[in-house]
Design a protein around this ligand. Structure first.
Ligand SMILES: C[S@@+](CC[C@H](N)C(=O)[O-])C[C@H]1O[C@@H](n2cnc3c(N)ncnc32)[C@H](O)[C@@H]1O
Length: 284
């Protein structure tokens, strides 16, 4: 039984980083006429109310998307992502936040394929209903890690993969690593985006280095790592300090786009003086 519900966290600083990167990757993939496949292994419910009970309980979106939503001075890639969030709010007020499948729904063309996996029965039901009429789309209630074997190599050849587990279970760290290796063995040029939480926990602190080593061994076009640290741990060492995205086979445009946006995110979303970012890249 999964306890994690993304509705509590929708629109927080971690979603901002993740969805900014997702938006840039999908924009880039959409520049070529040839269709591509997006595989979203841990898709969530699709969209979330930020006015609802869940989001209001922790108010995390207040420290995330709400700090960007009305800004008119954002760098173009960040303004583009915020524009998608605005498109998800027809009356202009920030009432709903688009999850990764909703961002995909806004950016994928009819010919692009979407494969979304969500294990939680309630969120799966909401997601399946949301994407019901989207062409070339399948929503599965199976384990998202099984998507690697089921979906790769994809019939479109061009593929992007978003792996965004809740890390509710510690074994997710190892599974993500195995899934990346398998994905690169099956299709070495897949654009793989992996989100991870920045916690004071060995599995979390080691993950980026282990993912990079796997990418070094198997990826065609190297990797990019972006991390946004916004908060300090509490006195017991608990709490999420920030989060990171490891992008394997990144678009060549991604580094410069993030170099423009990450300082602004530190400034807008940082919750203490030591807020910072990391941006590093290794060519294939
Ligand atoms: C962080 S949330 C996903 C958020 C979503 N990707 C987004 O950006 O809007 C992680 C989701 O994975 C689901 N989940 C957990 N383990 C899973 C698994 N093994 N396979 C598929 N979904 C899983 C959870 O129910 C949760 O909805």
């Amino acid at each position: 039984m999964l306890a994690y519900r993304h509705a509590f966290h929708a629109g927080n600083h971690a979603d901002v980083l993740k969805h900014l990167v997702l938006t840039r990757v999908l924009r880039y993939m959409g520049e070529k006429d040839k269709p591509y496949t997006l595989i979203d292994t841990h898709a969530g419910a699709g969209g979330y109310s930020v006015e609802g009970r869940y989001a209001q309980k922790k108010g995390e979106y207040g420290e995330g998307i709400a700090k960007l939503y009305d800004r008119k001075d954002l760098p173009a890639p960040l303004a583009d992502y915020v524009g998608l969030v605005r498109a998800f709010n027809p009356d202009g007020q920030l009432r709903q936040y688009p999850g990764s499948p909703a961002i995909a729904n806004l950016l994928l063309r009819e010919t692009d394929r979407l494969r979304a996996y969500e294990l939680h029965s309630t969120d799966h039901r909401i997601l399946a209903s949301y994407l019901e009429s989207r062409p070339n789309t399948q929503v599965s209630d199976r384990d998202g890690f099984s998507a690697i074997k089921a979906e790769l190599p994809s019939p479109t050849r061009r593929a992007a993969l978003l792996m965004d587990p809740s890390y509710e279970i510690k074994t997710d760290y190892g599974k993500v690593l195995t899934a990346l290796r398998e994905a690169l063995e099956r299709a070495a040029d897949t654009v793989v985006m992996i989100w991870y939480p920045q916690l004071q926990l060995l599995e979390s602190t080691q993950l980026a280095a282990r993912l990079k080593a796997s990418a070094d061994a198997g990826a065609k076009k190297g990797w990019l790592h972006a991390r946004l640290t916004v908060a300090q741990a509490d006195e017991r060492g608990f709490g999420m300090l920030g989060s990171g995205m490891l992008v394997v086979n990144p678009p060549f445009t991604l580094h410069d786009e993030l170099a423009e946006c990450l300082p602004v995110l530190v400034e807008r979303l940082g919750q203490y003086d030591g807020a910072n970012f990391v941006l590093e890249q290794k060519a294939g």
